[in-house]
Structure formats: C-alpha cells, structure tokens
Design a protein around this ligand. Structure first.
Ligand code: MN
Length: 280
C-alpha cells in the first residue's frame, strides 16, 4: 500500500514526520509538502508562477519532496507529475491546532485531503487540538489505525474524513465521536494599530471557535475530549434547498431584463434564510 503524506505547515513540521514514522512501518510512503508554512491558504492553487520541487533529506531515512506551492498544489502535482502511480491513500497533517467548524473553509490541511477526494482517492485530514507540547505520535498512531480501516472499507467517492484529536494519550480520551461540521462563524478579532505615519493597520487575532453545544458538532465533541471524525463531501450543493429553488419564478417576464431582478427593486418581504438544521 502506498500513502502520500502532505500538510500545510511545511515539510519541516514535526506533525508530518510523526505521520511518516507511523506509516513507514506498513506502507510505502511518499512525502510531498510545501517548502514553507502555508497554513490557512485554503484550497488555493498556484497559477501565476512556476512550481519547483526539490527532494530533501532530513536524516534517519526521512526523505521528502518540498514544493514551492500550496497543499492543494502538492496533491495535484504529485498525482499529475511526481508519482508514477496514484497512491492508495492521501493523509494530510498532523496540523497543530484543531480544524473544526468554519475553519474547514480556511484550512490548507483540509484542502489537501479535499483535493485528493476530488481526484477520487480516499483521504484523511488530521489535526490536533492545541499548539504546544502536542503528542504527535499518539495522533499518528490513531491516524494509522483509521487509515487501515478506510482502506479496508472504502469511502464514498468525493468524501474524505476530517480527523481531530485532543492532545491526550489515546488511553485518556473520552472516546471517538463521529461528528458533523459546525458552522457558526468565528468571532473575528482584529487588532488595530497605527503605523509611524499614523495610518491604521490590522492584525488578525486568533479566532475563537464558537460551538452551539450540540454534542455531535465537531468542536463541541473535541472540547469534550473526544476524538472527532467528520465525513466531508466535496459536492457543496445544498440538496435540501435545490428543489425549492427550482420552484422560484425563473420565467423572464417581459418587463424584466433578468429573472429574479424585479423592475421595482427587491421585495420588502424577503424571507430569512432557511433556519439551520441544528448544526452550529
Ligand atoms: Mn497548519
């Protein structure tokens, strides 16, 4: 079995090499990772500059390919050019810091797994809660077990797993909770400062994760010391709303240039968006 490892923290990151150590015992492992930290680049790809790859040797048999691109680039170029055959599995991480809730939209760790799923490969994004003193080998050990289960049972095409681990020894976690993504927007915090010319500039602060408290929501379960596993789909279509949207009046009226743009401005009774179905 052949696994492709990548991340968004750069090829030097300890979380990546913890996965490497865990997987190298039973798998053929290829590492293709960004040459520097690319956290929070989301699913960006590089279009306007050349991509260059370089094999790097980190000693103790640790070799990997560093790419001057994003996590999604690593998967795309890896599959298209670098690897002779597609891997059986793509694993991205281990990211220091949870990737739950709305952070799935910004995470390069998650995007790499999503890119693999778009290419029809089973994939797992792995993140660990916290920033310092992370127990990466524990996380890698669990990721390896999950990977074996995924290879055994398969995943639906276009679906990948988002795994988040508490920073605890596996024997001390509350358990595993199959969870769903929360989507309460983070409480953004920007620090406003003044430059020497008295012009304001802003630093993005740490976004505080908000959870709605439902035990099945990823952030809540992680906070309760559970390992969380969320199945995530590449297809972002809202099938619940699709049929209702079809029922809107899509016939261009004679007095309208475009469907949906009333001649006299928007109606005053615009319905509020569909209530959330309990996610948070
Ligand atoms: Mn990261």
């Amino acid at each position: 079995m052949h696994v492709l490892l990548t991340n968004d923290d750069g090829i030097q990151a300890p979380g990546l090499w913890a996965l490497y150590e865990a997987f190298r015992r039973g798998f053929t492992v290829t590492v293709i990772a960004p040459d520097r930290e690319r956290s929070a680049v989301g699913h960006a790809i590089t279009l306007h500059q050349p991509l260059r790859s370089q094999t790097q040797d980190f000693g103790q048999g640790r070799r990997g390919i560093a790419l001057n691109g994003t996590p999604a680039d690593c998967v795309k170029l890896g599959l298209a050019e670098i690897l002779e055959r597609p891997p059986d599995l793509v694993v991205s991480g281990i990211n220091p810091g949870a990737n739950v809730g709305v952070n799935l939209n910004y995470s390069g760790t998650v995007a790499a797994a999503k890119e693999a799923a778009l290419c029809g490969l089973p994939a797992i994004a792995v993140s660990m809660n916290g920033q310092n003193g992370l127990l990466y080998p524990e996380g890698a050990r669990f990721a390896l077990g999950l990977a074996c289960r995924v290879l055994e049972r398969g995943l639906p095409r276009g679906t990948f797993l988002n795994l988040n681990l508490p920073n605890r020894p596996l024997g001390e976690v509350a358990g595993v909770r199959v969870s769903r993504q929360g989507y309460l927007a983070a409480a953004d915090r920007y620090e406003r400062r003044l430059d020497p010319r008295n012009r304001p500039y802003y630093w993005s602060g740490l976004d505080l994760q908000r959870c709605d408290g439902h035990p099945e929501v990823d952030g809540t379960a992680l906070h309760e010391n559970f390992i969380t596993i969320t199945p995530v789909k590449c297809d972002m279509t809202d099938y619940d709303f699709l049929e209702a949207l079809k029922q809107w009046d899509w016939q261009p009226a004679a007095d309208r240039d475009q469907p949906g743009i009333p001649a006299s401005g928007p109606p005053s009774d615009v319905a509020p968006s569909r209530p959330a179905s309990g996610n948070g």
